[in-house]
Design a binder for this molecule. Structure first.
Ligand code: HEC
Ligand code: HEC
Length: 457
């Protein structure tokens, strides 16, 4: 209904819709990232461009004489505005309007120096003030930039900042002694590398949230999504409805506002401690330390905390993006006859599709969960996976595994190394066997694809 790319599936529309919307959001974000509007001028590299904006000292003197302006008069005026309107922004303990999109890394304060002269010369040299057309100054364009959903308070703050800078810039460009002192220019703008500024942008953070958590939300939706959890709400109250339908940004905002994400101590976030049963959870164990979902949740939570706390100073500190994209489905795989000595050990399956007379080079689906030893059983939903940016990655949200022949490779973490070090991965030493399977991969708990644990090798 919402998106042509999301074909209806056996899952039903109510499950599809939020996921499809998230995909659309991700695509819009991608478009923003790939085709940024021209936002030059905030870096020193633009000095050459701006040189044209700055009048030579001689010209200024000439113009001043012609206009008969009193130098002292205009200087006092701009100085007064700087002290009255600009310095308070510089000294304010509160974030500026920029923080609505930049969670850290850059703030309006970074564009102010302690003195008017230094501030002005540096902004001119950086191409952020246009001395000939003050209203076209790039700094004013920065400030005017507003998100689609802006809070009323921030909108007022933005207006105040805009008027302050506009008034001051107008007065300053008419002050010859300010224009004359190009030597007073120093570095201005964010103190962290531009990669860090970009990483801490709200749209990038949302993209990471979608990538790491929203694609997993299918594991939690039955009890936590307001369109499906009427019974849970009756029993446990409105707090169980922490998913905002179709809206990953609002869901993230809710998690932050309601303490489901702990930015001081990310590992104490209920978003992590509840589904791992590190604290009591009405829904039972939904993930274990070290499994794929846990890795993704931790990746987001650790990064989010570092972003909002301004924890990144260099581009080397930024996390590297996972080379694989994934999406949870409602397609179940069950393995019977699993040795009971593997009880509670994490078992991981990787599926490779038949291709020519071999198997696909990269896995097309994966899943992991502890073994139920007493029942000699393992069962779990599959997550579709694809190399990031590949054609297949585009279609993950359709939640379809094409009918056909597949190789299931099985690993078991006998030593429980993933529980000790959540970053560890299963290796060759954990491989226990492989099975070929033919299936149409129907969705739903009642329609599991069943295989037998492979005979001892
Ligand atoms: C509506 C959201 C929004 C607001 C508010 C906003 N920015 Fe940005 N900013 C962006 C986006 C998106 C980019 C990335 C690419 C682009 O320029 O479109 C960006 C990029 C930047 C960059 C880096 C340019 C680059 O090379 O990547 C700087 C520096 C910057 N903004 C400063 C500011 C300052 C200072 C403010 C406040 C006065 C501010 N921004 C307010 C959205 C915003
Ligand atoms: C079978 C139902 C069920 C599933 C599935 C489920 N939960 Fe829960 N969850 C509950 C119930 C019931 C509660 C309320 C009781 C409690 O706090 O433990 C709850 C509470 C929570 C809370 C605390 C909410 C608050 O504001 O107090 C968090 C966080 C949470 N779950 C996370 C998850 C995550 C993450 C998943 C998916 C990976 C998940 N849950 C899957 C049933 C479920």
């Amino acid at each position: 209904m919402l998106l042509p790319i999301c074909r209806p599936s056996k899952l039903g529309q109510e499950r599809q819709t939020p996921l499809c919307v998230s995909l659309r959001v991700a695509r819009i974000l991608l478009a923003i990232i790939v085709c940024p509007w021209a936002f030059v001028g905030c870096q020193p590299s633009n000095e050459t461009e701006t040189a044209g904006n700055v009048q030579a000292p001689g010209e200024v003197a000439q113009a001043t004489t012609n206009q008969g302006t009193s130098e002292t008069g205009s200087g006092d005026r701009s100085e007064g505005i700087f002290e009255r309107r600009i310095l308070p922004i510089f000294h304010s303990p509160n974030p500026s309007s920029c923080s609505e999109c930049h969670l850290s890394g850059v703030d309006l304060r970074d564009y102010i120096r302690p003195t008017q002269q230094e501030t002005f010369s540096s902004l001119v040299a950086a191409g952020l003030i246009n001395a000939q057309a003050p209203d076209e100054s790039k700094l004013l364009q920065f400030i005017q930039r507003a998100p689609a959903r802006s809070s009323l308070d921030t909108e007022q703050l933005r207006q105040t900042e805009y008027e302050a800078f506009r008034e001051w810039i107008h007065a300053a460009v008419e002050t010859p002694e300010l224009l004359a002192r190009q030597d007073a220019a120093g570095p201005i703008g964010p103190s962290v590398p531009i990669e860090v500024v970009r990483h801490a942008r709200e749209d990038r953070v949302l993209a990471s949230f979608i990538d790491n958590i929203w694609t997993e939300i299918g594991r939690c939706a039955a009890c936590h999504s307001p369109d499906r959890n009427a019974e849970q709400v009756q029993e446990h109250g409105d707090l169980v409805s922490w998913i905002v339908l179709n809206d990953p940004q609002a869901t993230l905002d809710y998690m932050v506002a309601n303490g489901l994400i702990d930015t001081d101590e990310p590992t104490s976030s209920p978003l992590l401690t509840k589904p791992t049963m590190q604290v009591d959870h009405g829904g039972g164990q939904k993930m274990v330390v070290g499994d794929r979902s846990y890795k993704q949740f931790r990746a987001f939570l650790d990064d989010y905390a570092a972003v909002v706390n301004g924890g990144y100073q260099t581009s080397e500190q930024l996390p590297r993006r996972d080379g694989e994209q994934s999406f949870v489905t409602d397609i179940w795989l069950k393995i019977e006859g699993v040795p009971s000595e593997f009880d509670q050990r994490l078992l991981q399956v990787d599926l490779f599709a038949a291709e020519g007379d071999g198997w696909s080079e990269t896995r097309v689906a994966t899943s992991d969960r502890p073994v139920f030893g007493a029942g000699q059983l393992w069962q779990q939903t599959l997550s579709l996976v694809a190399p990031r940016g590949s054609a297949r990655a585009e279609r993950l949200a359709e939640q379809v595994l094409p009918p056909g022949r597949y190789l299931v490779r099985i690993h078991v973490d006998r030593e429980q190394k993933l529980a000790t070090d959540f970053r560890a991965e299963m290796g060759q030493e954990d491989f226990v066997g492989e099975v070929e399977v033919q299936s149409n991969w129907p969705a739903g708990y009642g329609a599991m694809t069943v295989i037998q644990y492979p005979a001892a090798r």
